[in-house]
Write a protein that binds this ligand. Structure first.
Ligand code: NAG
Ligand code: NAG
Ligand code: NAG
Ligand code: NAG
Ligand code: NAG
Length: 607
């Protein structure tokens, strides 16, 4: 491979150094795709990952799955990439989609991943990466497609390294970029694309997987999409979308289900606000769009005070509000593994909230901030009046008599649990309930373990938002290579051996599920240790697994509060919700009308 020469190797080493993962490249490898050939590299896994199951990985980075969404293609659905001749270099990550260069504090561990390549951005960002231990086209390995989080405004496929997950599990891992912020979610008045570009990118990437993954050793009839936070809610939107039907077969959502505010098609107030913020006239629609298409990407993303990330009910990707889709069970019938962490708002997400701290919170502060938080519910049920639920929510979380001890620590913990329930646990419970009424398998979990490496977090935080990612992607097995001058490797992070066992368990559950729809069935994972049996979620019993150092099965996670959020609150917001749960009531209505029909026809017959 003289043509690659030292320059490419230099590039490779730079990238690898930048991503804080030092690896040893054993050679180059070539695969053909629909659009042209790509050259990736062969990685000797033990140089990056501890105790690997597969000693070789084939890694392909920055493969374009769509045309660069620039110029007139900005704010349009993704188009096919232009085919290339010759061999395209796929040893370097593609650029991240444009996003604000955050100057925020980067915490230990998370910061190692999120920070280094923040400025590595371009609007030409629609690429994906493939990690496979066998690139024979007959290998038929289950495929897992990772959709990153970051609030639909941040993040990329390169933030979390894929090597550890791929080196430990019998799966082909694909990680994707998709458009973010205004570039990904600007609501427009265009017939073919009134918003949701970022989601359409995800669909396009899944189409690429269907068309090409066989050549990388993958089985296109066993594709599992998985993601965390905004990646998890993206997964749920793909589950809800008719455009994604058949492009994947199972889904995993970690901490995020898209029961959230949406925009009606044609509501372009956010686009007009952005236009004004960047000095474009919002008077005529066509002129406004032309002006927005002419602005540098960074200017749009940096527009002061404007975060564009709301899905649009466009009639194509999203046919109704998520709430209605789940009520009517119109989502795709796919196996679903989903869950949340015990303290989603424990620390990371609460960093910007100065009133949440080790000292606790007083009642006044709780009452002051609550209405602002409940705007979320108003957005989901715009016809209702959210002021009607302020008191019931307060009573749910604070001692309703108002005479209980005003322990600031207790109030803070209750406030954080309120946030966990409203944003994460309740939508997840709703999805589990709706999906389990279909002929598919559903598995629910709550991750509860406080990781030993997070000593900097306050003692009241157990499993925080994003902690699961480290375990799911096997990042506990990353190695520190002491500059590679000797073969002296040690763990990159100081997790305990027991935590590494938990990490192996979690990867086994996830990849077993990807292989055959059952996390307990060990044909998918090379993991030998026997796993605690994870009961399937049933509509009536609501089984789930507590994921912890010692995992255990239980039923009805946060039961009373889930009833409150998914039945009482929607009813107070004017929704017609039956007392025995949303999906059951929908079935009951069908049942009643069927019975009525039978009765009527009986009456007619009798006459
Ligand atoms: C890769 O898969 C092919 C097809 O199943 C198989 O023949 C081959 O042995 C596998 N290679 C390795 C290294 O496992
Ligand atoms: C972030 O920084 C990089 C490098 O300085 C720059 O190219 C990019 O445009 C910046 N992004 C934004 C949104 O400002
Ligand atoms: C309650 O907490 C807020 C915010 O921390 C503080 O400003 C206020 O003085 C506190 N009120 C009482 C009555 O302690
Ligand atoms: C490190 O290990 C590799 C592969 O096992 C070996 O080829 C190399 O010589 C070793 N390097 C040193 C400095 O021991
Ligand atoms: C290997 O690394 C460990 C910890 O990083 C260090 O304490 C030790 O001295 C190193 N050994 C050699 C031979 O470099």
């Amino acid at each position: 491979m003289a043509s690659l020469g030292t320059r490419s190797l230099y590039v490779l080493l730079t990238i690898i150094a930048a991503s804080a993962l030092s690896i040893r490249v054993a050679g180059w490898v070539q695969v053909s795709t629909q659009y042209g050939d790509v050259r990736g590299y062969e990685l000797q896994t033990d140089t990056a990952v501890g105790d690997p199951v597969y000693d070789r990985l084939y890694v392909f980075k920055g493969i374009p799955y769509a045309a660069p969404p620039v110029g007139d293609l900005r704010f349009r659905p993704p188009a096919d990439p232009t085919p290339w001749s010759g061999v395209r270099d796929a040893t370097e990550f593609g650029r991240q989609c444009p996003q604000r260069n955050s100057t925020a504090y980067y915490p230990p561990v998370y910061g190692d991943f999120a920070y280094p390549l923040m400025t590595y951005q371009s609007e030409d960002c629609l690429s994906l990466n493939v990690y496979s231990h066998n690139i024979s086209s007959t290998a038929g390995i289950p495929v897992m497609v990772w959709i990153h989080g970051g609030g639909l405004t941040k993040g990329s496929s390169l933030i979390w390294p894929g090597e550890a997950f791929a080196a430990h599990n019998n799966v082909v891992l694909v990680t994707i970029n998709y458009r973010l912020g205004a570039l990904g979610f600007l609501p427009t008045r265009d017939e073919d694309a009134p918003g949701n570009f970022g989601f359409l990118d995800q669909v396009k990437a899944l189409e690429w997987v269907q068309g090409n993954i066989r050549n990388f050793g993958g089985d296109r009839s066993r594709v599992t999409i998985f993601g965390q936070s905004a990646g998890a809610s993206s997964v749920s939107f793909l589950v809800m979308s008719p455009l994604a039907t058949g492009l994947f077969h199972r889904a995993i959502s970690e901490s995020g289900i898209g029961v959230e505010p949406t925009l009606r098609r044609g509501d372009i107030a956010a686009a007009e606000a952005l236009a004004r913020a960047v000095g474009c006239s919002s008077e005529g629609y066509e002129t406004m769009m032309a002006c927005l298409r002419g602005k540098p990407a960074a200017e749009l993303q940096n527009a002061e005070g404007i975060d564009i990330l709301t899905p649009v009910i466009d009639g194509h990707f999203l046919t109704d509000t998520p709430w209605n889709i789940l009520q009517k069970q119109q989502q795709n019938s796919v196996d679903y593994l989903l869950g949340t962490n015990s303290d989603e708002w424990g620390w990371l997400l609460s960093l910007p909230r100065s009133y949440v701290n080790a000292k606790g919170m007083n009642r006044t502060a709780f009452r002051d901030v609550l209405p602002g938080d409940l705007a979320w519910i108003q957005g989901i049920f715009p016809a209702g009046d959210v002021s009607a639920i302020v008191q019931p929510v307060t009573d749910q979380y604070l001692d309703p008599t108002g005479s209980g001890p005003d322990d600031p620590g207790v109030i803070r913990d209750q406030y954080l649990q309120f946030l966990t329930d409203m944003y994460f646990a309740a939508p997840t419970a709703l999805m589990a309930q709706s999906q389990s009424a279909k002929p598919v398998r559903v598995f629910q979990y709550e991750f509860q373990h406080r990781s030993s490496v997070f000593s900097f977090k306050p003692p009241y935080v157990q499993a925080d938002h994003s902690d699961d990612v480290l375990y799911v992607l096997g990042l506990l097995f990353l190695q520190d290579n002491n500059n590679n001058n000797n073969n002296n490797t040690s763990w990159k992070y100081g997790f305990s051996d027991q935590e590494r066992q938990l990490c192996l368990d979690i990867m086994a559950y996830w990849t077993n599920f990807a292989a055959n729809g059952d996390p307990n069935n060990q044909v998918g994972s090379p993991r030998k240790r026997s796993l605690v049996s994870w009961p399937r979620y049933m509509t009536s019993s609501k089984d789930y697994l507590r994921l912890d150092m010692t995992s255990s099965a239980d039923v009805a996670l946060r039961g009373a509060r889930m009833k409150f959020w998914n039945e009482a609150v929607p009813r107070m917001m004017g929704e017609d919700v039956g007392s025995s749960g949303t999906t059951e009531s929908a079935n009951l209505m069908v049942f009643i009308s069927l019975c009525a029909g039978v009765l009527i026809s009986m009456c007619i017959c009798k006459r």
